[in-house]
Design a protein around this ligand. Structure first.
Ligand SMILES: Cc1cc2nc3c(=O)[nH]c(=O)nc-3n(C[C@H](O)[C@H](O)[C@H](O)COP(=O)(O)O)c2cc1C
Length: 194
């Protein structure tokens, strides 16, 4: 027999918020094995880029600092960003149908703090703190960012507390700036090992 596809599919779809699964976590004896505290503590070990996702349109203009982003596909070019549904940015991105994912440079820490609503030096969520260009979608592209991926929403997946927005990239800007990284609740810069 080949690969046990049936078992794999049953495992993948056992999330408790999905209905109609073959086996739920209780039946598998895996109830509350992992707490959100343990999950967050372990995930602090992950090194992530730091981005500001922006959106603009009928639902208004928003920007939010995010670390939960990834490339999804090159053909077609797709990226993903995970945003908490408690935020105004989530509703605006969903309604506007567009976003721009700006990968920050190591010189842009204050901006990262501002668009996370916790800067000591800048106004929170204040676009006038930096220079931006208008992307093809109308969302702002950050001048000096490592890369800006201007996107139309391809699909949205609700997962736990967050929405996963998958964006079709329609325009790109890049620079050779050193990327900003985040790990263990601290910012650092991503530089090559000697
Ligand atoms: C480094 C960093 C990464 C973050 N990553 C995300 C993320 O991926 N998704 C998200 O929804 N919020 C993320 N946040 C949180 C938001 O930027 C913002 O701080 C939060 O939504 C503010 O909520 P509050 O004003 O209700 O406290 C991140 C914050 C920081 C500082």
């Amino acid at each position: 027999m080949g690969y046990p596809l049936d078992k794999t599919v049953r495992f993948v779809f056992m999330a408790p918020w999905n209905e109609g699964v073959a086996m739920n976590s209780s039946e598998l004896g895996m109830d509350k094995v992992v707490s959100s505290e343990d999950f967050l503590a372990a995930m602090r070990g992950a090194v992530t880029p730091v981005s500001i996702v922006t959106t603009n349109g009928a639902a208004g203009e928003f920007g939010l600092t995010v670390s939960a982003v990834s490339s999804v596909s090159a053909e077609p070019p797709l990226v993903m960003v995970c945003i908490n549904r408690r935020t105004g940015a989530e509703a605006a991105i969903r309604s506007n149908g567009v976003f721009c994912l700006n990968l920050l440079a190591e010189t842009q820490v204050a901006l990262a703090e501002s668009f996370a609503g916790r800067s000591k030096t800048l106004e929170s969520y204040d676009f006038s703190s930096a220079e931006w260009t208008e992307g093809v979608t109308g969302s702002r592209c950050l001048v000096g960012a490592v890369a800006s991926f201007d996107c139309q929403i391809d699909s949205v997946i609700e997962a736990g507390t967050h929405s996963v927005f998958i964006g079709r990239v329609v325009h790109i800007e890049t620079t050779s700036a050193v990327p900003l990284a985040y790990q263990n609740r601290m910012f650092s810069k991503a530089i090559p090992l000697a």
